[in-house]
Design a protein around this ligand. Structure first.
Ligand code: HEC
Length: 185
């Protein structure tokens, strides 16, 4: 006789909870002196973020998109030491080799020169690019297609600071290798 009564009471309690709106969090919240972390002034998952006030500027500064004219005036911040070249090589082989190829001839695994699907990849070691400024190579690396360079991706967000000049120094090394009788093509 006692058991069914207890079960009934439990059922009634559950029904009352359900009537209050199912979510125990909401129930607790209605009691003034409880607070749950779910109810707070924050952006909820999947909610639209609040855009910053117009005119807001990032405190860490923003990087301008380089034009070829400004690029030519940039000064290489890294001396071409073996340390710089080795660092540049690691970065080049991580980010650039896939398109521009091991020796920089534009024949990386996914470039069209190698019969791949990625068209228009250029050689980084021909005479024309060898005569370009360090700043030019730097700018194409940083801004790529944003400065109107075809399908060349932007790497400014991945290769940062002096690492960029290390890549430039490594590209210069590839060019020097290509000029030697053995590497010329
Ligand atoms: C997804 C393929 C791809 C990758 C990866 C890539 N590039 Fe390129 N790159 C291109 C294409 C395509 C062009 C030709 C852009 C054009 O038509 O102007 C190009 C052009 C360039 C040029 C200008 C060549 C010239 O003749 O003026 C430079 C310099 C360059 N890339 C450097 C780099 C460096 C450095 C990296 C690595 C950080 C890199 N690229 C990674 C596709 C790529």
């Amino acid at each position: 006789m006692r058991r069914p009564r207890a079960a009934l009471a439990a059922l009634a309690a559950l029904a009352a909870l359900a009537a209050l709106g199912c979510n125990p969090d909401d129930v607790v919240h209605r009691v003034g002196w409880f607070s749950t972390m779910r109810h707070q002034r924050s952006i909820k998952p999947y909610a639209q973020p609040i855009p910053p006030v117009p005119g807001t500027v990032p405190v860490t500064g923003a990087e301008p998109v380089l034009s070829i004219q400004t690029a030519d005036r940039l000064v290489n911040a890294r001396t071409r030491t073996s340390e710089s070249i080795n660092r540049g090589r690691v970065l080049y082989e991580t980010y650039c080799l896939v398109c521009h190829g091991q020796a920089g001839r534009g024949d990386g695994p996914i470039s069209s020169a190698a019969g791949g699907p990625f068209f228009g990849v250029r050689s980084l070691v021909n005479d024309t690019i060898a005569r370009r400024t360090d700043g030019y190579i730097y700018a194409v690396l940083v801004s790529g297609q944003v400065m109107g360079r075809g399908l060349m991706p932007v790497y400014g967000d991945k290769v940062r600071g002096s690492d960029r000049w290390d890549v430039v120094n490594y590209v210069r090394t590839l060019q020097a290798g290509a000029q030697s009788p053995r590497g010329r093509r």
